[in-house]
Design a protein around this ligand. Sequence first.
Ligand code: WQD
Length: 332
Amino acid sequence: MTILVTGGAGYIGSHTCIELIKDKHNVIIIDNFYNSSPDVIDKIEKITGTRPKLYPISLLDKKNVKKVFEENKIDAVIHFAGLKAVGESVEKPLMYYRENIYGTIVLLEEMKEHEVKKIVFSSSATVYGIENNPPYTEDMKTDAINPYGYTKVMIERIITDVCNSDSQWKAALLRYFNPIGAHESGLIGDNPNGIPNNLMPYIQKVAVGEQKMLKVFGNDYPTPDGTGYRDYLHVVDLAIGHIKALESIDKFDGAVPINLGTGKATSVLELIHAFEKASGVKIPYEIVERRTGDLAVCYADTKKAETLLEWKTKFSIEDMCRDSWNFINNNK
Ligand code: WQD
């Protein structure tokens, strides 16, 4: 099939493009490189031997998004493109609503106009908000505690309403938990510009000496070791989950939310120790106060993905740490 991947040069997008090409799909990428770089396209070609067709545009550029659909016979869309820094979304809500919501509306309008009615959407566990208790199940009420989270809740709603308006539309709303790790080649991985918000990219920066010390945001949570517990999954497992969603989407009735996680929770301290073991590098850290908005525990109920997509994660925390270290050590 010909698959349009928005945000295909990003961390999860690029790993998904590699799996799509391995499965003989024809991949077209839209990416404005706001949070990624053009050399990722070269790396996808180096890893797979195939260079995806690239449109270096923003989804807000309606005229050129239309051209993508006019110039290519697209069978389905995987939609990653969007801003995703929680803290930044609190400071700049309008930017987040414009980029994430309006960008998605432009995409959906062009899909509708060109009769492309299958979409896999990059959603997030953040839609479970603070009222629900883990393990999270897909029937739980969604909510958010920051503009970034609200864009995910709203986009799920928009896609669901489009599917309800036309029964030919099918959508997989994939709710990611905490993706970490990197492709075994060490050529691509999670290396955000600037100071990372997320735990593993920050550990990576400490490991290569770009940051001196990791701050552990609180060890007074009601958890076994007092630090936050999360459902970390390998980015390649996550990418394969997208392939499985594409393969299953024709049997969906409208828009279907699906958790992509391991179903297990790992603490901050456990992840630090696993990384130290995998890399042989000591990660100095200090315990500081909690980060506003953080949950104590967040992990997935994975039954729906196992039954509907015949998908479950294969990589361990040790694999994720080994591959994260291999990537950052090759790209320092
Ligand atoms: C994990 C744990 C922190 C950094 C976020 C987004 C979510 C999704 C995934 C996009 C927590 C602790 C972190 C640090 C720390 N993104 N931590 N020191 O917050 O679970 O989820 O990323 O969809 O929407 O909210 O991930 O990696 O930021 O934090 O102690 O320097 O690590 O307190 O317990 P989080 P995270």
